[in-house]
Design a protein around this ligand. Structure first.
Ligand code: B12
Length: 322
């Protein structure tokens, strides 16, 4: 391996290594980031104050507000996107699952690949310390992705890349090495507000702000109560695990964007044709097998049953049998 002496070459090659492992887009941000990051942290404070986190108490941790708490002497962040946009579609009339979870667990896929990149960086700069963060670390991920220039935060609050839309999971390699940063992204939502209008539960209470208490994704994935709120059950249609409505209606996703051929993102068959009857009949062992290697493990079998019973399909089964 050639040792790269300049920081510019190191930064470029680091991004190339990430692309070789299937990530795109990729970008670099410098810590502590621009003034915009301070605004995003203020937005987080406002969001918490308004109780938009619902029962996700872990969102209140102070570390999320300061990236330096996650890695001592941090200098830079490599941000990567893993495209999960595929050609497959769920069978007409089946229960619906958020696309982020159709393939293998993105947390595991991204972590494994970013660790390979961390080891590459360590070989280049033996004194460099690094750490990988994917979703569960207290990091304001989308704000750092915007800072690294890989996309902007849309009005539905997901990160949108102009060539790839928003169908991507995000990953982070924090490091102590001073890398050359990319330009922060420009916001391109303009006057469009389709996502706000089309959310059946009005969870986007103002542009960029999601009230989790009204979000179908929150209730199907995170809500641990025995029953879903009536207003959610009445509007959730067939969404049984997550919800993609605000992204499905987004013009940046409906235009012809790149589809992935990443073998780890190939949808699992059972997720493409799931029925209420299956959800209700599978025992814990069957669920264990189905959820192995899936981000959907977060939804416990009893939650799948609760969610399926609340869907439109179940309501129509009940009507038919009456
Ligand atoms: C908590 C959480 C949720 C919660 C709350 C959602 C939310 N928007 O916060 C729930 C369970 C509802 C959820 C749902 C989903 N999630 Co989620 N979630 C997270 C998590 C762990 C934290 C997000 C967070 O910080 N929220 C706090 C609030 C304050 O932040 P925010 O809504 O992002 O607000 C920002 C913007 O609105 C912006 N902002 C505020 N005001 C203004 C003003 C202007 C002018 C601008 C431009 C911006 C702006 O600043 C805020 C702070 O950065 C992240 C991973 C992470 N560690 O960051 C994943 C993450 C955001 N989720 C992800 C995914 C895939 C989803 C779902 C699509 C899954 C699904 N199909 O069901 C849905 C999407 C629902 C939605 N529209 O948000 C991905 C998003 C990838 C992407 N392309 O952006 C992430 C990044 C995980 C990952 N590593 O890939 N999620």
């Amino acid at each position: 391996m050639n040792l790269l002496t300049s920081q510019a070459d190191l930064s470029n090659e680091l991004k190339k290594e990430a692309m070789k492992l299937g990530f795109s887009p990729v970008g670099i941000a410098k810590v502590p980031g621009s003034e915009r990051l301070k605004l995003r942290t203020k937005a987080l404070n406002r969001w918490l104050k308004a109780n938009h986190q619902a029962e996700m108490g872990w969102m209140e941790g102070e570390k999320r507000k300061n990236i330096s708490d996650l890695l001592k002497d941090i200098s830079s962040v490599l941000v990567v996107g893993l495209n999960y946009h595929v050609t497959s579609k769920p069978k007409e009339g089946s229960l619906l699952i958020g696309r982020y979870a159709w393939g293998k667990d993105y947390h595991k896929v991204i972590k494994k690949r970013l660790k390979t990149i961390g080891l590459w960086l360590k070989r280049q700069r033996p004194n460099c310390e690094w750490r990988v963060c994917v979703d569960s670390s207290p990091l304001l991920e989308k704000a750092w992705a915007e800072e690294a220039g890989i996309g902007w935060i849309g009005k539905h609050s997901n990160l949108i890349n102009p060539e790839r839309g928003s169908w991507m999971a995000l990953g982070y390699l924090l490091c102590t090495e001073e890398l050359i940063a990319d330009k922060p992204a420009k916001a391109l939502c303009g006057a469009c507000d389709i996502c706000i209008k089309e959310c059946p539960t009005h969870a986007i209470t103002e542009p960029f702000v999601i009230d989790s208490r009204k979000c179908i994704a929150y209730h199907t994935i995170e809500n641990r109560n025995e029953l879903l709120p009536k207003e959610i059950a009445e509007s959730m249609g067939n969404w049984v695990a997550g919800c993609d409505i605000c992204q499905e209606v987004c013009p940046w996703n409906t235009k012809d964007i790149v589809k992935t051929s990443d073998p780890d993102m190939v949808p699992k068959n059972w997720l493409m044709e799931l029925t209420v009857e299956q959800v209700l009949s599978w025992d814990e062992k069957e669920w264990g097998q189905k959820l192995k290697d899936s981000a959907l493990k977060r939804i416990k079998p009893w939650m799948w049953r609760r969610n399926a019973l609340a869907t439109k399909n179940n309501v129509s089964i009940n009507l038919k049998t009456k």
